[in-house]
Design a protein around this ligand. Sequence first.
Ligand SMILES: NC(=O)c1ccc[n+]([C@@H]2O[C@H](COP(=O)([O-])OP(=O)(O)OC[C@H]3O[C@@H](n4cnc5c(N)ncnc54)[C@H](OP(=O)(O)O)[C@@H]3O)[C@@H](O)[C@H]2O)c1
Length: 287
Amino acid sequence: MKRALVFGGSGQIGTALIARLLAAGWEVHAVSRRPRTGLPRVQWVQGDFASMPVLPRAIDAIYSAGPLDLFSSWYPTAPMDCPQVVAFGSTSVLSKRAATDPGERALAQRLFEAEAQLREAAAAKGCAATLLRPTLVYGLGRDRNLSSIAALARRTGFFVLPAGATGLRQPVHVEDLAQAACAAAEGPAGMQRDYALPGGETLPYREMVARVLAALPSKPRLVELPSPLFRLLLAGARAGGVLRDLPGGAVARMREDLVFDDAPARRELAYAPRPFQPTAAMFEVSG
Ligand SMILES: NC(=O)c1ccc[n+]([C@@H]2O[C@H](COP(=O)([O-])OP(=O)(O)OC[C@H]3O[C@@H](n4cnc5c(N)ncnc54)[C@H](OP(=O)(O)O)[C@@H]3O)[C@@H](O)[C@H]2O)c1
């Protein structure tokens, strides 16, 4: 039986990944900062990158579905020989490189450095490294994008967008990411690869939001406001303590296309992401 070591296994992508590994017959060792129990063939160990618990020496694949920078700093010191490492990063490494918001630029730089560190360490160990960069993730109700939109719309009965929010998006379901991550661990020894993992449909931001709202039983309304009015409303909401963690560039980006090519992943990982057909359950916490 093949054995995987998973970081971030309690997160939204990690939950889908572990389910997929188990279905494929793998034994899973998973590291969490909290004590956890659960499924047969999953052995949870408590720890974090600053104080790593004792880990098994014989591992067929290491997966990172948590913070990439922390994983990449730890990985060079990993005590086991392992032929494959598969790590989730983000398309933000590309899309936020020239962002106006300094925090977003810093995130892109952190991801860039983490990717480089991981590739270098994997090459030194003679290990195959695959970096997977998802776009906007949904599926288990635990994302901070579409599920937050759904939660706000459920509470208020409507959701407000600025007019012209037509930038293209490719929301991706966690189970499609899990499929790609499992396929990546079958890659050739010593290879260094990275893949964008967008969803199976490219659609304008406003249409993506409209589909989320249409999936909810209460059918909240989509309200589109002229930009100056929207900015005023947003400033008022922020002053009232709502949407304070919305990054500075988020609204402007609703007009920008964030589109990535999935052809390499389709070709080499048999990646076949589903079109965006959300159901209400996908925005309720599960898994
Ligand atoms: N969500 C998105 O839309 C999106 C898009 C593109 C890329 N990604 C990337 O994909 C990866 C997984 O995303 P996700 O949304 O599934 O993550 P998530 O739900 O936020 O969960 C990540 C897991 O990582 C662990 N973790 C978090 N902070 C940690 C820390 N300081 N030290 C050690 N472990 C920590 C946590 O596990 P424990 O609490 O059990 O320790 C957590 O459950 C991340 O690299 C993320 O940047 C996400």
